[in-house]
Ligand binder design. Structure first.
Ligand code: UDP
Ligand code: MG
Length: 326
């Protein structure tokens, strides 16, 4: 396909991002304009802002850009459906040949989009944005992120280290993605499963330009648990192995206690050896029940087959009406 006919959508999920969105919009428009000028993408390329149930004036900003004739499409979700679902909604609304997804807060270097497009034009259908340096993230975020990627990969989940949701997907990849029907879609784990030709583009991660992170510790833990339990039953297997190990150890311990009772005149009166195992085993059992609950909860949520997101409004310039349907 000749380069200048490639229609590109840049999908940006936004949740209460009014403080940063003007800067994000102008930078992405500049990237788009440069790519159009170099005839790498079609002038019909546009930016898709997905308002994920914001309570500030994010949507008003988006609407104003659409009405002002900028190459911008707005998709407003009926409520806050979460980052992953906002990304899916944006991709599903786009009929472009390729889609780049990027966060609204300018942490991901938008100038890497050109290198992603180059890789796409050379035949890569999936281009991962990989953080070469992430000094701008807090020590805590770096350590937990590294541990998370290691754990995912140890559990057999296909993992691209230091890659979040900054990526380019070609049309085929987007169409394949639509066929994954799970409610808890963990894009980072699913995209490598598509099996399409992929490559990586490295960039330096910057600090959030304005506003606050929408991923406090609680949501980070939820996201990590979702990622692990949607992809791997290894924790369930580990529970079985731990349970078997503990039972065998208890049988050994009982044998030892009997031997002591029979050989020594006085039994050792110790509460520690009685109480500690009770607490320990109680803890292990609770952990195991919790882990089982995670999976059962997931089955429950999936069995309801609720829609992952609901689109309230789509705002788009006249010229894009035929290409970008909801
Ligand atoms: N986001 C969203 N819905 C949410 C939470 C976040 O659309 O429920 C968007 C947010 O506006 C941003 C991106 O997802 O564009 C990543 O969020 P954030 O930068 O807060 O995450 P962090 O970089 O701190 O992990
Ligand atoms: Mg961020």
């Amino acid at each position: 396909m000749p380069a200048a006919s490639t229609i590109l959508s840049i999908v940006v999920p936004c949740f209460n991002e009014q403080d940063v969105l003007c800067e994000t919009c102008s930078r992405l428009l500049a990237v788009r304009a440069a790519l159009v000028a170099k005839a790498k993408i079609s002038p019909r390329s546009h930016i898709v802002f997905v308002d994920d149930g914001s309570r500030d004036s994010t949507w008003q900003l988006i609407e104003a850009w659409v009405q002002g004739g900028s190459p911008v499409t707005g998709v407003k979700l009926s409520r806050n459906c979460g980052h992953q679902n906002a990304l899916l909604a944006g991709m599903s609304c786009s009929r472009a040949d390729a889609v780049v997804t990027i966060d609204a807060d300018l942490q991901d270097d938008e100038t890497a989009i050109e290198r992603m497009v180059d890789a796409y034009l050379q035949g890569c259908e999936v281009v991962y944005g990989v953080r070469a340096r992430r000094d701008s993230d807090s020590w805590f975020k770096r350590v937990t992120a590294r541990g998370f990627y290691r754990l995912l990969s140890a559990l057999g989940v296909p993992t691209v280290f230091d890659h979040a949701d900054y990526r380019l997907l070609g049309r085929r990849a987007i169409d394949y993605l639509q066929r994954f029907g799970e409610i808890n879609l963990f894009l980072r784990g699913v995209v490598p499963l598509l099996g399409l030709r992929s490559c990586a583009v490295h960039y330096d991660r910057r600090p959030r330009r304005a506003g606050v992170s929408k991923y406090p510790l609680r949501r980070m833990i939820e996201f990590a648990l979702d990622g692990i339990t949607s992809f791997s039953i290894a924790p369930l297997r580990a529970i079985t192995v731990v349970g078997m190990g503990l039972s065998l150890a208890c049988v050994g311990l009982a044998g030892w206690a009997l031997a002591v009772r029979l050989t020594l005149a006085e039994a050792v009166p110790g509460w520690a050896s009685t109480i500690l195992p009770i607490f320990f085993l109680g803890g292990v059992q609770l952990f195991c029940v919790g882990m089982l609950g995670e999976y059962i909860g997931k089955i429950y949520m999936e069995s309801k087959k609720r829609p992952r997101y609901l689109i309230e409004t789509v705002a788009k310039p006249e010229g894009l009406q035929r290409r970008a349907g909801a």
